[in-house]
Design a protein around this ligand. Structure first.
Ligand SMILES: Nc1ncnc2c1ncn2[C@@H]1O[C@H](COP(=O)(O)OP(=O)(O)OP(=O)(O)O)[C@@H](O)[C@H]1O
Ligand SMILES: [Mg+2]
Length: 225
């Protein structure tokens, strides 16, 4: 069974009294362990799709199912719980909290979810992304690639089944971007997450299992390797 399923999903935004159709009848299934690259021109709906897949926003019509359950059927508390338990999100701009150490950044989602042993779990996640020993540093004491690795460790803190990444290599040089990409590939395989990554990088797109091309809010092409 697909862990994540979009069924004829459309999303409209109201903007200046006008309606913008960001997604238009998107149907897509993603399985555990599958790494999907989401590509297409600026404005084609990539970020919108990721927000819907992560239950951070909801479709205007159609359904987004996580483990078979429509996200729109959940109340606010259930949606928050779903996000905390099942979803990890990685942003282009890392979005680390600058007043917290690396270790504390990774611990935070665990503390919010009331997990036991947050400290040890965070250390283990930092090991996954090969940042052992850097837990006491602050984000400004890290390179861009290291910051993104902390953000990935944080996204994986609670062992989410679904990992969503919005242009995670967009602010990095090519070499550092390749390192981050390799890391996401390895973690997807090892942790069996369903990973969707929006990207403008052809190199990144070429190493994924599945390539989904969006155009003006609809799926133009799906290539599975
Ligand atoms: N909150 C919003 N309110 C109104 N319109 C929005 C909103 N968010 C996105 N849009 C519009 O929806 C469309 C899809 O936007 P989206 O951010 O999903 O594109 P994208 O593929 O991620 O682009 P990029 O590659 O530039 O990040 C665009 O036309 C955008 O202007
Ligand atoms: Mg975007």
């Amino acid at each position: 069974m697909a862990i994540l399923s979009l069924q004829n999903v459309s999303k409209e935004y109201a903007s200046d009294g006008q309606s913008v159709r960001a997604l238009d009848g998107v149907t897509l299934d993603v399985a555990e362990g599958e790494f999907v690259a989401l590509v297409g021109r600026s404005g084609c709906g990539k970020s919108t799709l990721l927000h819907l897949a992560g239950a951070m926003d909801f479709p205007t019509s159609g359904a987004v199912l996580i483990e078979g359950k429509p996200t729109s059927d959940l109340n606010d508390a259930q949606q928050t719980q779903l996000r905390r338990e099942k979803i990890g999100f990685v942003f282009q701009s890392f979005q680390l909290l600058h007043t917290l150490t690396v270790q504390e950044n990774v611990e935070l989602p665990l503390l919010l979810a009331g997990s036991m042993g947050a400290r040890e779990l965070a250390q283990e996640r930092l090991h996954w992304v090969e940042l052992d020993g850097l837990g006491a540093r602050y984000p400004h004491q890290l390179s861009g690639g290291q910051m993104q690795r902390v953000a990935i460790a944080r996204a994986l803190a609670h062992s989410p089944r679904i990992l969503l990444a919005d242009e995670p290599t967009g602010n990095l040089d090519t070499t550092t971007g390749s390192v981050i990409l390799e890391l996401l590939l390895r973690l997807t395989r090892e942790r069996q997450t369903a990973t969707i990554m929006a990207t403008h990088s052809p190199e990144a797109a070429s190493v994924c299992n599945t390539l989904v091309k969006l155009r003006d809010g609809h799926v133009e092409e799906v290539t599975r390797r």
